[in-house]
Each structure stands twice: as C-alpha cells, then as structure tokens.
Design a binder for this molecule. Structure first.
Ligand code: NAP
Length: 240
C-alpha cells in the first residue's frame, strides 16, 4: 500500500515582542509639523525612547508594516555605542518591512542610511519593477507565497532570527493578534489626551476570538508620568 510520507515538522516560529506607544485616550499617532494623522514619534517620551533602544539592542530583527515605514520615514537600526572595555558590537539587526504593494521609495533612508540590508517581505503580486528597484537599492527582497503572519515568521525563522521586535503599525499588529502570534507586548502610555482621529494600537477586520489573554509581567513609571507596561502570554506555543 502506498503511504504518503509524514509532513515535515513545522519549524518553531520566532518569539514576537510588540512595542507600541499610545496616549491615555488610546491615540497611536500625534500630529507633527507635516499634514496628516501624525506619527508615534509625536507621542514618544524619553522613557519610551530608552525602552525602544534597549529592545532593539536585544532583538534579531525589527519587523514593521510598510505604512509605518512610509509614515515614519524608517531608517536602519543604528549601531549602539560600546560600553567602556566592551568589544565593538556586531552589526545591528535588519529592519524587515511587510508590503503587499512594494510601494517603498528606493531613495528612502530605509535603504540609503543603514548598516544592515533591510529585508522586504512581499509577494509576486507586487509589481516586478518595484521589487527590482528595491533590490537594486540594496534590499534583501523575499518574495513569499502570501503575507500571513505564519508565512512572515517562518521566513524570519528560516533566516535564523529567533527574536522579532514588531514596531507596528496597527494593521500589522492586528494581523499578528488575529494569528495569535504576539508573545509579548510592551505598551507605553504617555500622559496626554489627544482626541482626534488617531486609531488604536491594533486594527483588523474582525476581533480575535477568544481574546488573547496576557499577564502583566512588569511595569514602571517614569518621572514625567509615562507608564511602561510589559505583558506576556502565559506560554510560548512550541510550534506556532
Ligand atoms: N503608536 C505606535 O506605537 C505606532 C507604531 C507604529 C505605527 N504607528 C502609526 O500607525 C500609522 C500607520 O498605520 P498602518 O496600520 O498603516 O501601519 P502598518 O501596519 O505599519 O502598515 C500597513 C501596511 O503594511 C503592509 N502590511 C502590513 N501587514 C500586512 C499584512 N499582514 N499583509 C499584507 N500587507 C501588510 C501593507 O502595505 P502595502 O500598502 O505596501 O501593501 C499595509 O498597507 C502611522 O500613523 C504610524 O505613525 C504608531
């Protein structure tokens, strides 16, 4: 009797830490000098920026949606200054951008101001000319079958990245929540009220069922009233 070989084992997915900042009334972007809804930079405080830098030092790869990379004019992760008597640190982690359209400016600082080649996670549905232009600008372009969180994380795992720092934005985080792929959330609340049209830290077509339960793993308050919240899931699923 002919029997099918068993499917290959599912590779373990990387651990996903999400970091987001919001105002007390839930806004994820504050207006800056340019027109538009603004960016998270308009919200961030010194304590939030310090946490951000610390988490970037500890991750293998920064994962971000194209909307954020475009709105916040993302650049490569900076090399951190070594402590006295410490050997020079290795290359900074790459920034991996999720984009269905590949509509990123090859002249953007994401490609021109980086020590580590950015990764562009896209599909064959994105125009080939755009994909080629990003590759020519120095990006490591991964053409994936789809941009489902499982596919994105499997690709990052295949590249040897075990720790992923997701810096948003809300669309990408919503997809990760829907896929139950968020292991840790670092949520910074800054002591301002904004009102206005800014959205939540995660959005998507449907709410997760059941809600993804997290537990408070730590918290700290900065002198300026910034609250740094650290939540984790109870257990990391062995096979994503
Ligand atoms: N407060 C915070 O902590 C924080 C953090 C990050 C961003 N933000 C703010 O959030 C706003 C941007 O929001 P956003 O929701 O547009 O951000 P986003 O999630 O970074 O970007 C959405 C875009 O990314 C691509 N994408 C993300 N996930 C995808 C998926 N699973 N499948 C296919 N494509 C995917 C698509 O790009 P294409 O259109 O290229 O196909 C989509 O249009 C900005 O104002 C930014 O400043 C705030």
């Amino acid at each position: 009797m002919h029997t099918e070989p068993p499917p290959p084992p599912h590779p373990p997915r990387p651990r996903v830490t999400a970091i987001m900042v919001a105002s007390l009334d839930g806004a994820v972007a504050a207006p800056g000098t340019a027109p538009g809804p603004g960016t998270s930079r308009g919200l961030s405080t010194p304590a939030d920026r310090e946490l951000f830098r610390r988490l970037r030092r500890a991750t293998d790869v920064v994962l971000v949606g194209a909307g954020t990379a475009r709105a916040e004019d993302y650049r490569g992760v900076r090399r951190r200054r070594p402590l006295p008597d410490e050997p020079a640190p290795g290359p900074p982690p790459p920034v991996a951008v999720v984009t269905g359209s590949a509509d990123l400016d090859p002249g953007a600082v994401l490609f021109t101001d980086t020590l580590t080649a950015p990764i562009v996670l896209t599909t064959a549905a994105a125009p080939a000319g755009r994909r080629d232009a990003l590759a020519a600008a120095g990006a490591d372009v991964a053409v994936l079958p789809d941009l489902e969180p499982g596919t994105l994380l499997a690709e990052l795992a295949r590249r040897g990245h075990a720790a992923v720092l997701c810096e948003g934005g809300p669309t990408l985080l919503g997809a990760l929540i829907d896929a139950d792929a968020v292991d840790e959330l670092r949520l910074t609340l800054v002591p301002v009220l904004l009102g206005g049209p800014a959205g939540r830290i995660a959005t998507g077509p449907v709410a997760a069922v059941p809600p993804r339960a997290l537990r408070l793993a730590g918290h700290a308050a900065a002198a300026d009233g910034t609250l740094l919240l650290h939540y984790t899931r109870r257990a990391h699923p062995p096979n994503g």
